[in-house]
Design a binder for this molecule. Structure first.
Ligand SMILES: [Zn+2]
Length: 89
């Protein structure tokens, strides 16, 4: 059996495209169940990614795909916060 290389998958919750995560924002569900935007990319917990652009965040918000991906409760304020992160660049 060949060893399977596990490359961490960073799949955008909006457009569904996988990438290196360079232009993606990480959202993390902490072991306590909080859902946070992880600016450093180093927080512990289950992560979800979305491209740093408004259309992807809007798509993710419509499907609540971040919440589904993290298996956590999210509300619109999370997506509003993510949008702020895009316009700040
Ligand atoms: Zn995307």
């Amino acid at each position: 059996m060949p060893a399977v290389k596990r490359i961490p998958e960073r799949k955008c919750c909006g457009c569904g495209v996988s990438g290196p995560g360079k232009n993606m924002i990480r959202i993390v569900r902490t072991p306590d169940g909080d859902v946070l935007i992880d600016e450093t990319g180093k927080k512990n917990g289950r992560g979800a990614y979305v491209c740093r652009n408004e259309s992807c965040i809007t798509k993710a918000a419509k499907k609540n795909s971040i919440g589904k991906s993290l298996n956590a409760q999210t509300d619109m304020t999370l997506y509003e916060e993510l949008k702020k992160r895009c316009t700040a660049d």
